[in-house]
Design a protein around this ligand. Structure first.
Ligand code: BG6
Ligand code: MG
Length: 221
C-alpha cells in the first residue's frame, strides 16, 4: 500500500460509529417475527447492503414469498426498530480513533468522503455532530445499486475530484470491500481478518491505523 492516497472514503455503520449492532438487532427481530433463523453469519452478509436487499436476503433464507406492499411494510418496521435503538445516539458512539484518524488525514491534505448504503446517514451525522468532517457525502438515497456494486464509491470519488486509484476505502463489510475493489480502490478492512479476507489490509479499528499509519501524499493541488 505505497501508492499515493489523495482521498479517504469512509463507510459509516461499523467504521465511524457503533451502529452495526443496532442493524443486527433490528434484522434479528424481523427474522424472529417471520420465524426465519438468523445467525451471525447471515448478519455478515447483510452488512453494507441496502435495506431492501437485506430484506430480500432474509426472505430468501426463510423461503418466504411476499407481495411488494408487505415487503415495504417489513422494511419500514425494521427501520422503526432501528431508529428506536438509535434513540440515545450521540458523540460518545463514535468508534475509538475515528476523530483522531480523520484529523490526521485532514492535516496530511487527504480529502474525506463518506460512502454509505444507509438512508439514515443524515440523522446519524447530525447526532454525532460530524457533518463538517466530509468534503463529499454519498448515501443510500443517492445510488441505484447497493454494495458490492462500486457506484457509491465511484460517485464519491467523482465529487471529491480524485481518481479511483487515489482513493482509500475504509470498510467493515465484505460487500463494501468488494465494492471498493470493483471501483479500483485500495481498501482497509475494519474487523476480523478471517472474514474480511479480500481487503488490502485488515485492522481491528481506526485506532490501530493511528499507530501504524498507511503512507499518504499531500492531495493534488
Ligand atoms: C449499511 C449497513 O451501512 O446501511 C446495513 O451496514 C444497512 O446493515 C444499510 O442495511 C442500509 O441502512 P439504512 O439505515 O438505510 O437501513
Ligand atoms: Mg458498515
Amino acid at each position: 500500500m505505497d501508492k499515493a492516497i489523495n482521498a479517504a472514503i469512509f463507510d459509516l455503520d461499523g467504521v465511524l460509529v457503533d451502529t452495526a449492532q443496532y442493524h443486527y438487532l433490528a434484522w434479528r427481530r424481523v427474522a424472529e417475527a417471520l420465524r426465519i433463523p438468523f445467525t451471525q453469519e447471515d448478519n455478515e452478509r447483510l452488512k453494507g447492503v441496502s435495506r431492501s436487499q437485506s430484506l430480500e436476503y432474509v426472505l430468501q433464507k426463510g423461503n418466504e414469498a411476499m407481495p411488494a406492499e408487505e415487503k415495504r411494510e417489513w422494511a419500514s418496521r425494521k427501520n422503526e426498530w432501528y431508529l428506536e435503538y438509535l434513540a440515545g445516539l450521540n458523540e460518545t458512539h463514535l468508534l475509538p480513533g475515528a476523530r483522531a484518524y480523520v484529523d490526521s488525514l485532514k492535516k496530511a491534505g487527504v480529502r474525506i468522503g463518506l460512502g454509505t448504503s444507509s438512508r439514515n446517514a443524515g440523522i446519524i451525522l447530525e447526532r454525532l455532530r460530524i457533518q463538517d468532517w466530509f468534503d463529499a457525502v454519498v448515501d443510500g438515497s443517492m445510488v441505484a445499486q447497493t454494495k458490492p456494486d462500486p457506484e457509491v464509491f465511484l460517485k464519491c470519488a467523482q465529487l471529491l475530484q480524485v481518481q479511483p486509484e487515489g482513493c482509500l476505502v475504509l470498510e467493515d463489510s465484505t460487500a463494501g470491500i468488494q465494492a471498493a475493489k470493483n471501483a479500483g480502490m485500495k481498501c482497509v478492512g475494519i474487523g476480523d481478518k478471517l472474514v474480511l479476507k479480500e481487503a488490502d489490509l485488515v485492522v481491528s479499528g481506526l485506532r490501530e491505523l493511528l499507530l501504524s499509519p498507511v503512507r499518504y501524499k499531500e492531495a493534488a493541488p
